[in-house]
Design a protein around this ligand. Structure first.
Ligand SMILES: *Cc1c(COP(=O)(O)O)cnc(C)c1O
Length: 389
């Protein structure tokens, strides 16, 4: 007999009863400081009052009607996101992979609508991550995601990140666009060189290609801006969002500029659950909270403080920690020991973090983190390092 639950995950033997702000309360009777945040999802912390109120009020009124009917919450949230970003229109779905699927379909549809249906290929980057659907595993530059699932979906060309000449060389008459994470999250918080990002924008403009950012992990305040592209002094044509957009309620969004968005006409795309009233109420509360004056500046300030403290720990434990990467509160500690050993040592100190590629421990503190909790984290990290020396 196999377990009733599919064995596709390998969870730590720990479960939780409830969460409050930056803390989780385990069924083992212990309190944990949560720097995993459900993998950059619960950015407002657990049980944030604005989000609890939004979902509770909406749950008592109306959950779902389908997209056969107008959903005012979609129109309101789309307007807020358009106001706050480069985009002219927004499509709502239920997850990150779906948001990327929509963006990838948009790239193809744009060229098809403009009489160039032969242009469908997308340049993507080695080591990237875009989700687990058949199209998004083909888009990601990781063979292990594709193993066992037959021929990869056609239409992606992979290039090492940071090499603009290689991107240029990969462009053919069939190339339609480029998809990139401004910071490779699952890959180990690898910040892509801003110069390379700007060069990509210029190249896309010269070649008439669409530039799509996957901001599923970097977006919604994680880097101290609502979206990471704001650090770069440039904008993409298409952008996916999910993770922290719902603070734990499943919701995703694909944002696009007008020339692209207008190609997605009636019947070209859709989702039964996509943008239902419950999801819109929650995501609306998240966006409102994060765009309150001072909220994002505080993320930058406290992220700087955390970074400074962490660099001190790296200096004291060079045999355990190699370097700190990231922007704002999107941080990764590259380890000299096994990252899982550091994660376990942190857990025994009452602190949770998330594993990342390239032997990195991702530190994804909730954006509402306070100085006191940063001190608590740093103290736990010191003890964990001491144990591993
Ligand atoms: C998490 C993530 C995804 C996939 O999102 P799901 O909600 O798991 O489908 C895609 N891209 C990036 C950059 C992510 O971090």
């Amino acid at each position: 007999m196999i377990p009733a639950l599919l064995s596709n995950y390998a969870p730590t033997d720990l479960s939780f009863e409830k969460g409050e702000g930056a803390y989780l309360f385990g069924n083992d009777g212990r309190r944990y400081l949560d720097f995993a945040a459900g993998i950059a999802v619960t950015s407002l912390g657990h049980a944030h009052p604005n989000v609890v109120k939004a979902i509770t009020d909406q749950a008592a009124k109306l959950w779902h009607v389908s997209n056969l009917f107008r959903i005012p919450g979609q129109e309101e949230l789309a307007a807020k996101l358009v106001d706050a970003t480069f985009a002219d229109a927004v499509y709502f779905c239920n997850s990150g992979a779906e948001a990327n699927e929509c963006g990838l379909k948009m790239i193809r549809k744009y060229f098809s609508e403009n009489g160039q249906a032969e242009r469908y290929r997308v340049i993507a980057f080695e080591g990237s991550f875009h989700g687990r659907t058949l199209a998004t595993i083909a888009a990601a530059g990781q063979d292990k995601l594709l193993e066992g699932f037959g021929p990869a979906m056609d239409g992606f060309d992979h290039i090492p990140v940071g090499d603009i000449k290689a991107v240029k060389a990969a462009i053919t008459p069939e190339t339609a666009g480029v998809i990139i994470e401004p910071i490779m999250g699952e890959g180990g918080i690898k910040v892509v060189d801003p110069e390379f990002m700007r060069a990509l924008r210029t190249l896309c403009d010269e070649e008439g290609l669409l530039l799509m950012f996957d901001e599923i992990q970097t977006g919604m305040g994680r880097t101290g801006k609502l979206f990471a592209y704001e650090h770069l002094g440039m904008v993409p044509d298409i952008m996916s969002s999910a993770k922290a957009l719902g603070n734990g309620f499943p919701v995703g969004a694909c944002l696009a500029v007008e020339k692209v968005a207008k190609c997605m006409t009636v019947g070209t795309h859709g989702s039964t659950y996509g943008g239902n009233p419950l999801a819109m109420a929650v995501a609306g509360a998240v966006v409102d909270t994060m765009t309150e004056p001072g909220f994002l500046d505080r993320v930058t300030q406290i992220g700087g403080h955390l970074k400074q403290s962490l660099n001190g720990v790296i200096d004291r434990y060079p045999s355990v920690l190699e370097e700190l990467r990231g922007v704002g509160l999107h941080l990764g500690l590259k380890c000299r020991v096994e990252n899982t050993d550091l994660l376990n040592a942190l857990k025994s100190q009452g602190v949770l973090a998330a594993k990342g590629g390239d032997n990195v421990v991702r530190l994804l503190a909730p954006l509402i983190i306070e100085e006191q909790q940063i001190s608590e984290f740093v103290e736990a990290l010191e003890k964990a390092c001491e144990e591993l020396v």
